[in-house]
Design a protein around this ligand. Structure first.
Ligand SMILES: [Zn+2]
Length: 290
């Protein structure tokens, strides 16, 4: 497998996440180097084929699977300022996916090393010629990188296969995630090709459809939550019912993963004054006034 040309100066190397190669004159900027024992060698080999050195790396967010090989690639890593400490600290990375120190081997992906982030940027800036587009919701500083007519969109939306496997899209803020989907829709409508880190490259109608599928999945989960919470349920009970509704067989790891977006849905409905909390053999949530 080699590089796929996406635009005049933007290439994509396959993987989950896939890695972007931005040519910026003197060298290459890698977008989301990814993880895996041999991946840094693959990325450096592809850079040699292009005949340019890797000058820097940028990451869409600080989740471990997007940045693990950045140490071995060696070029300085830049990330949005909200993701800075998440990327640097192994413990902060675990907190972002588990809520505390995680049981060993329990997370889908983690790595023990500290990272050094060499620079931070803000949305609207253009680090190394890549326009940083704010797409928060999956993580606080989730950033898409726009190069010409191509947006490397990170984990701001997902392919159908991944959605089908996990149930709920991983998100920590429902409102922010939905607004980011609106931004993606706007970009796709204006002819921008969207690249999710985990899923197929999409453009035109295909991009609009996939963004709509992500939105529908979240709105359906919110609607079902209001239905299920007509009787008091714990977060775990609610997550299991949602997974069942989406046809996902629960395993300990999948349930733990779904608990994060389920807590985000609970927070949204609570803040909208639609549900309330009670203690009834544990912390339960229930629709108000029923
Ligand atoms: Zn992620």
């Amino acid at each position: 497998m080699g590089l796929r040309k996406m635009d005049d100066d933007f290439y994509l190397y396959p993987g989950s996440p896939s890695t972007g190669f931005k040519l910026n004159g003197e060298g290459i900027i890698l977008v989301d180097p990814g993880h895996g024992s041999g991946r840094h060698k693959d990325l450096l080999r592809e850079a040699r084929k292009l005949g340019k050195p890797v000058l820097a790396q940028v990451a869409t967010h600080g989740h471990a699977d997007h940045i693990a090989v950045s140490l071995r690639v060696g070029a300085p890593l830049h990330i949005h300022r909200f993701e800075f400490s998440i990327a640097e600290s192994p413990l902060a990375r675990e907190v972002m996916t588990f809520g505390s120190k995680a049981p060993e081997g329990f997370l889908a992906y983690s790595f023990p090393e500290e990272l050094r982030v060499r620079g931070v940027f803000d949305w609207g800036e253009s680090p190394f010629g890549l326009k940083a587009v704010g797409l928060p919701g999956h993580s606080p500083g989730m950033t898409g990188f726009l190069s010409g007519n191509v947006l490397y969109a990170g984990d701001s939306f997902f392919g159908e296969r991944l959605l089908g496997a996990v149930g709920l899209p991983y998100l920590i803020d429902v409102g922010a995630f939905l607004r980011s989907l609106d931004s993606l829709e706007g970009l796709a409508s204006s002819g921008v090709t969207l690249i999710p880190s985990h899923g197929p490259v999409v453009s035109g109608e295909g991009a609009l459809d996939l963004v709509a599928i992500n939105r529908e999945r979240i709105l359906r989960a919110v609607g079902l939550t209001l239905e299920f919470l007509k009787r008091p349920l714990s977060t775990d009970e609610l997550a299991l019912k949602l997974m069942e509704a989406f046809g996902v067989e629960p395993s300990p790891k999948k349930l733990a993963l779904n608990l994060v977006p389920v807590r985000a849905i609970i927070a949204r409905l609570y803040n909208e004054d639609k549900i309330e909390a009670l203690v009834e053999k544990g912390l339960k949530w229930k629709v108000k006034g029923d």
